[in-house]
Design a protein around this ligand. Sequence first.
Ligand code: AMP
Ligand code: MG
Length: 497
Amino acid sequence: MIHGDHPLPLLRDFAEALEGLYVPHHGAVAPAPRLLQFNEDLARRLGLDADRLRVGSERILLGQELPDSARPIAQAYAGHQFGVFNPQLGDGRALLLGEVRDPQGCLWDLQLKGSGRTPFSRGGDGKAALGPMLREYLMGEAMYSLGIPSTRALAVLATGETVQREEPLPGAILVRVAASHIRVGTFQFVAVREQYDLLRLLADYTIARHYADLLAFTGKERYLAFLRAVQERQARLLAQWMGIGFIHGVMNTDNMSIAGETIDYGPCAFLDRYDPATVFSSIDLNGRYAYGQQPRIAHWNLVRLGECLVPLVDADDPEQAVAELSAVLQEFPDQYRLAWRKIFGAKLGLADPGPEDDDLIKEFLQLLKQDGADFTLAFRSLGAYLQELPPAQAATLGIPPVWPSWQGWLTRWRQRLGLARSPSQIGQAMDQVNPLYIPRNHQVEIALAAASRANDWQPWQRLLAVLRDPYTARPELLPYTEPMPADLGPYRTFCGT
Ligand code: AMP
Ligand code: MG
């Protein structure tokens, strides 16, 4: 054992620090728990003993045999859902078991999702169906493998229960690992109640946990710097989402992590044809959270965080505080633009893109939109083109040729790339940042349906393996490159609560 003698050496860090932001609680007892998926890689990274957790550990993973150090809680938070403020949301079907410290000394939350009703459940049953929990597991692994900050799942367990949705479905619990579950909505919960001492505690706790450098600042400078730093991480995260065509689907303020991780995978999906107006979620009727809206929405959510910080910046002169926080918030478009340019520049093989390259990037995206080209494959087409991969060989990998309509743009792009590096070197570098394999919507559905409805785990295992290595082209994986066949569309995702 690396930590003590309990296989989950849980701490109660949040619970000790932030009384008032949770209720102590326990999960419902699952009648017949069964471990369906266990994330060995993640267990190892956390410094947990994977061998002890893999077999016979159901009750431990579900928080029914906790170490004395643990104090499981349901966390309170508020949030703007589709722009409408709800002062009390909270963990209605989740339970924070506590934190584990990894071998590097970093703290990680272990949270159950689907573990039963809590005082925050409102009308819900507190349960989760297997399909959506597997979906979250898969998406988290895909994002992590793409190099994008994300929560990850340590395990999925069947509960042995049936949960009633539109139809009866097998119940499941996800064991989720996050840098923390502190959300914009956590700050909103405290700010709207005008609990300013708790607000300062929450801010200082969050800074110590996620932005420890900022403890060097005192007074209002600390909270202004905090907002700027949260903003910077979000700007980068959003640019990363945009760079791989990720659509979160429910960017409510309660689904935005202060640590800057992608969190709360609900009706998320990946773009196929490039169109900024793309929406997959069945509940996003007005396209508020469409692909192209995401950076703007992130900024909107950050403004909500900024509002919460007013009393910490200047309690005596709120107008002055608003002015100073607004000045920070106004930096977001530039922060995002920089992150976007870096990511999209790299996607086009530009080692050091500058503002003068923005038009080149935008013109390429415009071509993709006009042609209805597949976003993911288009960038691999450029990489193959530079490496002069014979079209027949590219086709065996699922990489289409460059489109005839790109000719004028290709000339300008090649001029810009210059002669400092060989085209083939540039193409190889591009293949390191442009994935060939993303979670294709129909593949995700096939894998989830087989596993959750027919107990056939083969498609799931294969898809997971494919997504864990998204950049290396492998001819045997041709089907995983193909966009969803048009006759299956239009694709719709559901919240699946
Ligand atoms: P989500 O959209 O999954 O982020 O959830 C929004 C809010 O609804 C959170 O407060 C959840 O805890 C709550 N919620 C979602 N599903 C359920 C459920 N089945 N039972 C109780 N609460 C739920
Ligand atoms: Mg949520």
